[in-house]
Design a binder for this molecule. Structure first.
Ligand code: NAG
Ligand code: NAG
Ligand code: NAG
Ligand code: NAG
Length: 477
């Protein structure tokens, strides 16, 4: 049997070293189904007695799939079987071999041999295309190597890399960034077709923000979160936040209300953004690479503070200009001023007023009191907003305050004046009493007793008018 097979190889080698070889190269992507064609072109219908598929490994033929004259099928012991030659196709004179989940090891020469009305032999070279990264999981800033492997053959193959469906020139991955993470496709173009194999690169490090170009906007007085999220399951063993000035990169202290959050996210919060908090914030962490080496990863983001500047003539109801100011406006494309009104159920109605950086109110009325919002836009859309509360002299703050509130206010004022009157009245009486004591020091105790008794009597009596009538002293006003 071995001898026969060896002779067969020799025979095939002689037959297929010729021009036919090129036509019989089959390209397939790693992991997909390879179909090795073996058709009897001489007849549309065929009823073969036997089909043999074998593979040349070294100098030996190894059976891959085989169907005997008797109808018995043989295939290598494997669970589940990856190799199949669908028998129903035989009626159409198609004896192609199907290999599922092709691996790079499947690449090589295969021989199809059919014994039927006429004998047929074909050699097919299977060429598997595989894309890979080594390592496929890498800490940002470290190196990985991309390889597009095509198993050997005679045809020349052109290799290109594609990213998000577009061809890219990128070949080197000496310092991987977060943006490199994801799928990369290797395109193998040969004479007559293209095969694409995809692989994915996983980049460990800081996922959010992705790079150092992010800008965080915050209104003065508001709270803001500075994001710094590390890759899932990869917690750095130290996280540090630093701050530098935007212009000189000199270190600055962190704001008073700056807090690092606990847990896997290293994001920080500034509870109340104050004047001067703008600048560059850097979050950094030490991470272990896959080979155990330490690698520092860091992200820098800019905090931009938004505020409304008011300019007006000092006298009462003159013109007022509200201006939207950002500590760095280089990414701002436009501004919009909005008026916010509150309805009965705390319902907000927002009306666009003007699409400018500054907004001028010619004459400030009571109706202008309340919330004005400046919204600022960048290329991607709304970046943020800042609210200004306009106070108007003499304005009742809420136009919608109910009549119930007004009644309460009138009653409150009345009560207030009544209390003032009673206090003054008592003070005057005390003053009178002291004067009397000074005039007649000997009578001090007697007068005091009398006064106390009178007070007692007065308290027990309801009507002040009667006392006034009886009391000879001009106490009542
Ligand atoms: C950040 O600040 C710490 C002190 O708070 C300092 O030791 C460290 O060197 C700084 N790191 C950078 C990158 O400036
Ligand atoms: C403003 O932002 C731009 C772009 O982020 C930066 O180049 C510039 O240095 C910043 N300017 C100031 C004054 O912060
Ligand atoms: C205010 O809210 C109440 C209860 O949700 C609702 O019944 C009522 O219709 C609302 N009024 C207005 C003016 O929206
Ligand atoms: C202003 O920004 C806050 C926070 O993003 C948002 O909730 C609010 O609706 C914005 N206000 C306006 C008027 O756009």
């Amino acid at each position: 049997m071995n001898k026969k097979q060896f002779l067969m190889i020799l025979g095939f080698a002689l037959v297929f070293e010729g021009a036919q070889c090129k036509e019989n190269e089959v390209f397939v992507a790693h992991g997909s189904v390879a179909v090795l064609p073996c058709r009897d072109e001489t007849s549309a219908h065929s009823h073969p007695t036997a089909v043999y598929w074998s593979r040349i490994v070294g100098n030996v033929l190894k059976t891959v799939w085989r169907r005997e004259k008797s109808g018995l099928e043989f295939r290598p012991v494997r669970d589940p079987p990856r190799v199949n030659c669908p028998v129903p196709n035989f009626g159409k004179a198609d004896y192609s071999l199907h290999i599922a989940e092709t691996t790079i090891e499947d690449g090589g020469k295969y021989i199809c041999e059919v014994e039927g009305k006429n004998r047929m032999q074909k050699v097919i070279n299977l060429r598997v295309v595989r894309a890979s990264f080594s390592p496929a999981v890498v800490v940002e800033g470290l190196r990985t190597d991309a390889t597009c492997h095509v198993s050997s053959g005679t045809q020349s193959v052109r290799i290109n890399w594609k990213r998000n469906g577009k061809l890219t020139r990128r070949k080197s991955f000496t310092s991987v960034s977060q943006k490199d993470g994801g799928d990369w496709t290797c395109q193998a173009a040969y004479n007559g077709g293209v095969v694409e194999a995809t692989t994915s690169l996983q980049v460990k490090g800081i996922v959010t923000p992705q790079d150092d170009s992010s800008v965080v906007y915050a209104a003065l007085g508001s709270s803001v979160s500075l994001p710094c999220v590390f890759t899932d399951g990869l917690i750095p063993y130290t996280v540090m936040w630093n701050r530098t000035s935007t212009t000189s990169y000199s270190p600055l202290p962190l704001p008073a209300s700056f807090h690092e959050s606990a847990g896997p996210s290293a994001s920080a919060t500034i509870q109340r953004v104050e004047d001067g908090d703008e600048g560059m914030y850097t979050c950094s962490g030490m991470m272990k690479g896959l080979n155990g080496e330490s690698k520092k990863v860091q992200r820098t983001m800019e905090l931009v503070i938004a505020r409304v500047l008011r300019s007006s003539s000092s006298s009462g109801n003159g013109p007022v200009t509200l201006s939207c100011h950002l500590s760095n406006s280089s990414h701002i494309t436009s501004y919009e001023w909005l008026r916010v009104n509150y309805g009965p159920n705390d319902t907000q109605t927002v009306t666009s007023v003007q699409k400018t950086k500054s907004f001028r109110i010619k004459e400030v009325n009571e109706k202008d009191a309340g919330e004005w919002v400046c919204r600022y836009y960048g290329e991607q859309g709304v970046l943020g907003n800042v609210t200004y509360e306009l106070h108007v002299m003499g304005a009742v703050k809420s136009e919608n305050s109910s009549s119930g509130n007004k009644t309460a206010m009138v009653m409150g004022l009345g009560f207030f004046f009544l209390v003032i009157f009673l206090v003054l009245f008592q003070m005057y009486r005390n003053y009178r009493r002291k004067k009397m004591i000074l005039l007649y020091p000997a009578m001090e105790t007697i007068v005091h007793q009398a006064a106390t008794e009178r007070e007692k009597r007065e308290r027990s009596r309801p009507k002040m008018a009667e006392d006034c009538a009886r009391d000879p002293k001009p106490v009542c006003v």
